[in-house]
Design a protein around this ligand. Structure first.
Ligand code: UD1
Length: 418
């Protein structure tokens, strides 16, 4: 089992290129099953979740080729209508294959996604919406057998919460459906826009992209295309936190400033100077010690993203003053708190609220990541801690951060994977 050894308290400076967005590339790769011919997807990060998605595509009968950060998929040879249980369990976002396969072959057998490190992650919104479009679902023995007679039928769907995954599944189901589908209270995350732009370039007719009402006119066929995945806004924010806790100065290339609009004021409140240098380049200059953030509430986009909560909390553990977090999206998204406290952080959690009293210095210890962004929080805290921190549970971090130790070493960190 590999671990990261991090020697903290070094000032980190330099430049790095932000990877492609994990939450874009996964649904885009899944949606290649809808296309005739070849899809060429650029800026695909090397992540374990991407490898699982490729394994699912290969299992289904797609031809997949990876050359560096470009993945080419040809799904003409699909000859399966199920996703095996072990692959479903590897990555819960594999539920996106529901909409994709129903659209492509009208039939799919999936196991129910299991419990999750972020608390229960139900899929009721996905299923209810697809049922409204004509999907029949038979649930037994932990499997869902889903089928549609003929094509799905476009309809008006009102989501009670703007779920990212449900919005994506409905879009995938609707692009080849009969008639028009309208999603009201759709999620507006940039990764959904990226998926919709990709599908439109394959011949889909999706409008209202980035708005809370999305309209999808079903078409008969989709064709292969070439697409570049957007930059990963959460990876960008994580590296901004790295600079903020190490009195660093960092230049990030391949960013979209608007996508992190709700997060920039958090860094400014912490005393960092953030400059948009244009052409996707962002500079952050950190003070000697960050200031606390009075109140951070996680919200659906364009609000403060739940995925940035743990990394930003790591930043506040060493800030001057008291910070408060309210986690509104996931029930159990404070699992990193106990591990941050092993490093000397002073945090109290009561239900959705976490109060962080900044301490002057953390001290290195042995800690374990239990989820992706919580793992990133431990890396950030370790970089601020006196002495050596040993981080286990790297499989979570590797799900979402490409080349994390190389990136950090290039900024001047002492990080070793053993
Ligand atoms: C996606 C992201 C994840 C991010 C999350 C919220 C991917 C691969 N993952 O996850 O990184 O943290 O959006 O921005 O893109 N819910 C229901 N019923 C449903 C669906 C969701 O109750 O059918 C609830 C969830 O339990 C959760 C909330 O809605 O409390 C948000 O979930 P959702 O937006 O669906 O997140 P994911 O798509 O799973």
């Amino acid at each position: 089992m590999s671990q990261l050894l991090i020697e903290g308290r070094r000032c980190l400076n330099g430049e790095l290129f932000v990877q492609g967005a994990k939450n874009s590339v996964l649904p885009i790769l899944a949606s290649t099953v809808l296309c005739k011919g070849e899809c060429i997807i650029h800026n695909c990060p090397e992540l374990s979740d991407v490898e699982v998605t490729i394994s699912i595509l290969e299992y289904l009968g797609c031809r997949v080729k990876r050359e560096g950060n470009t993945i080419t998929v040809n799904s003409d040879g699909i000859d399966k209508d199920d996703v095996p249980d072990f692959l479903m369990r590897e990555m819960r976002s594999s539920i996106i294959f529901l909409g994709a396969l129903i659209s492509r072959i009208g039939k799919v057998r999936l196991s129910l996604p299991g419990g999750c490190e972020l608390g229960p992650r139900p899929i009721d919104l996905h299923i209810d919406a697809l049922k409204q479009m004509g999907l029949k679902v038979d649930e037994s023995h932990g499997f869902m057998d889903c089928e549609t007679v003929g094509r799905l039928i476009g309809t008006n769907i009102v989501l009670s919460f703007p779920s990212v995954g449900a919005t994506e599944n409905i879009i995938l189901a609707a692009v080849l459906a009969n008639g028009t589908t309208t999603i009201t209270n759709a999620a507006r995350e940039p990764e959904i826009c990226d998926l919709a732009e990709f599908l439109n370039s394959c011949g889909a007719r999706i409008s209202g992209i980035g708005e809370s009402t999305i309209i999808i006119e079903g078409v008969d066929n989709l064709f292969g295309t070439e697409h570049t995945v957007i930059p990963d806004r959460i990876a960008a924010v994580s590296y901004m936190c790295v600079a903020a806790v190490t009195s660093g100065e960092i230049i990030l290339r391949n960013t979209i400033y608007d996508h992190i609009g709700a997060i920039i004021p958090i860094f400014e409140e912490a005393g960092c100077m953030v400059t948009n240098l244009g052409e996707g380049i962002l500079k952050l200059e950190a003070p000697e010690r960050p200031y606390a953030n009075k109140l951070i509430r996680t919200m659906p986009y364009p609000g403060f993203p739940t995925d940035a909560q743990a990394p930003v909390m790591a930043m506040t553990t060493v800030a001057f003053g008291t910070s408060m977090f309210v986690e509104n999206i996931f029930e159990s998204r404070y699992k990193h708190v106990g591990e941050l406290m092993r490093l000397g952080a002073d945090i109290k959690v009561e239900s959705k609220v976490a109060i962080v009293e900044g301490v002057k210095c953390l001290s290195g210890a042995s800690v374990t990541a239990t989820d992706l962004r919580g793992g990133a929080a431990l890396v950030i805290a370790a970089l601020a801690a006196e002495g050596i921190t040993e981080i286990k549970g790297l499989k979570y971090i590797d799900r979402g951060y490409e080349n994390i130790e190389n990136n950090l070493c290039n900024l001047g960190a002492k990080v070793k994977r053993i």
